[in-house]
Design a protein around this ligand. Structure first.
Ligand code: ZN
Length: 490
């Protein structure tokens, strides 16, 4: 097996440039149904022929999500920061979007930050926006694949960084609108307006003047290659559930609630949580509620599902109202369908939650994460339910980056990681019967590829781990839709 891998790797490295261009496009065949609908459309009724018709070949539109995050180089410590970029197709069905094979490594570095890294692949993204010709193995002919970035996914700090925004501590705290008051929305930002503001800052002569303009716009001037993309990133960095709701509003509420509980009450709450039946929820709180300050996303997710049942005896009137509204916002974040007719209802819920939280937790109410709840419904209308673009699926891939690095020689970690991922993705593509120069691998190689050992090797999961460990740590498993994924209203 090792010899086979080495041999195939050598062959693939020599042709890596070709595969690199073609690889994402081959994955686009999942969107074939939408193409069929387009081809049935009668263009003759239009006075001007559709520009894509002039290409003379079928066209596949395959929008992309781009994800950026920072992670640790080491397994046990938050140390040696790595900036990583991932991508995946935005048009996949939700259950397929969580699969390990549908998320692709783009770039990483421990020597520079996310924006300079994006310089290295921005030309590729621009060429994908224009479209590339690839061979369609189903239709046995060339097709034009257009794969524009429609959405940038990241945590709030990274989103501000990528949008030249000053961050959540600035006077204009929101990257989506220009409000100075966290409890209400301001005018929405857009790329053209932001570029105008940045040009004004650059043209200002004095440093004092620049500083004043930065504060008044909430923006900073710096070269940003992402502005070269056709997508308006100010409208396309949606509010996502993990960092904004679980690690934002839920975290604030739990802290505010637990800080006001006596030692006796805390003991009672621990007992109530222990006694709560979690069968059917498929999740649990990993540590005691007394360690709520070190809770991670999945703990808050589990706690939110039982909070109203186990905490209600301790609620005051204002607490009760706020927790009920938060539970509704949480439900909105984990729904898998959303009806546009419910827009007014959910907008009212979100604004009511922000209004009530001002009374309940004044210190947290005007923070960015609470404010972003006001933009949640707009983002759902634009991009679909938040579970279609959740970031948990990418977060667990950080462990793969670490695994690649740990077994490297640390001389040039970002290059080694990128090479390993490229080789793995090429191996997966070839061995899963993907077409390369019109040829497929044989049945024998395909059966080897399907064996457990090869699958575990390609996914970076140790064979020695128990099944339960794999359930927890294997990338993709945590994002399988189980609990909390319900229609927005029932
Ligand atoms: Zn805003």
């Amino acid at each position: 097996m090792l010899l086979f891998t080495t041999l195939l790797t050598q062959i693939l490295i020599s042709s890596a440039a070709v595969v690199k261009l073609h690889f994402p496009a081959y994955r686009c065949f999942h969107v074939r149904p939408s193409l069929t609908i387009c081809s049935n459309f009668d263009y003759t009724v239009l006075t001007t022929p559709h520009p894509l018709k002039s290409v003379g070949i079928p066209v596949v539109i395959a929008p992309l999500f781009l994800y950026s995050d920072d992670t640790s180089e080491n397994r046990t410590k938050k140390w040696n920061k790595f900036d990583v970029w991932w991508t995946s197709l935005a048009c996949l069905p939700t259950e397929k979007a969580h699969d390990t094979t549908n998320i692709f490594f783009v770039a990483c570095s421990n020597r520079t930050t996310a924006i300079p890294i994006s310089e290295s692949f921005i030309d590729d993204l621009k060429s994908l926006e224009k479209g590339i010709r690839v061979f369609d193995c189903v239709w046995q002919e060339e097709v034009l694949v257009i794969a524009p970035v429609i959405c940038l996914l990241c945590d709030n700090a990274r989103a501000s960084e990528l949008l030249n925004h000053l961050g959540s501590t600035a006077k204009k705290l929101c990257r989506i609108c220009d409000t100075s008051d966290g409890s209400m929305c301001g005018d929405h930002r857009c790329k053209s307006k932001a570029e105008e503001c940045i040009a004004n800052i650059v043209s200002e002569q004095t440093e004092k003047g620049k500083k004043m303009l930065r504060t008044s716009y909430g923006l900073r001037e710096m070269h940003n290659p992402l502005f070269e993309l056709s997508v308006d990133l100010y409208k396309s960095t949606p509010v996502e559930a993990l960092h904004t709701i679980l690690l934002g509003c839920c975290k604030y509420m739990v802290r505010e609630f637990m800080d006001h509980r006596s030692a006796k009450e805390k003991k009672e709450i621990m007992a109530r949580i222990k006694a709560f039946s979690t069968c059917g929820m498929n999740c649990r709180i990993s540590s005691s509620i007394s360690y709520f300050k070190s809770f991670v996303g999945r703990d808050f997710k589990a706690l939110m599902q039982m909070a109203l049942f186990v905490l209600h005896p301790y609620f005051t009137v204002s607490e009760k109202k706020c927790w009920f509204l938060l539970a509704k916002v949480f439900r909105l974040c984990y729904c898998i369908s959303f009806s546009a007719s419910d827009t007014a209802y959910w907008k009212n819920v979100c604004s009511e939650f922000v209004r009530v939280s001002v009374d309940y937790m004044p210190s947290y109410a005007k923070r960015l994460k609470t404010h972003l709840v006001l933009h949640l419904v707009d983002n759902i209308l634009d991009f679909g339910p938040t579970q279609c673009y959740n970031t948990e699926r990418y977060e667990s891939y950080n462990s793969l980056v670490r695994a690649q690095n740990i077994f490297g020689n640390r001389q040039s970690p970002s290059r080694d990681i990128a090479t390993n991922f490229a080789v793995q993705q090429h191996l997966t593509f070839i061995c899963s019967r993907g077409y390369f120069e019109g040829k497929q691998c044989g049945e024998q190689l395909y059966s080897i590829y399907l064996s457990t050992q090869v699958q575990q090797f390609l996914r970076g999961v140790s064979i020695k781990k128990t099944q339960s460990d794999k359930d927890i740590y294997q990338p993709g498993c945590l994002r399988k839709l189980h609990h909390g994924t319900v229609p927005s209203r029932s």
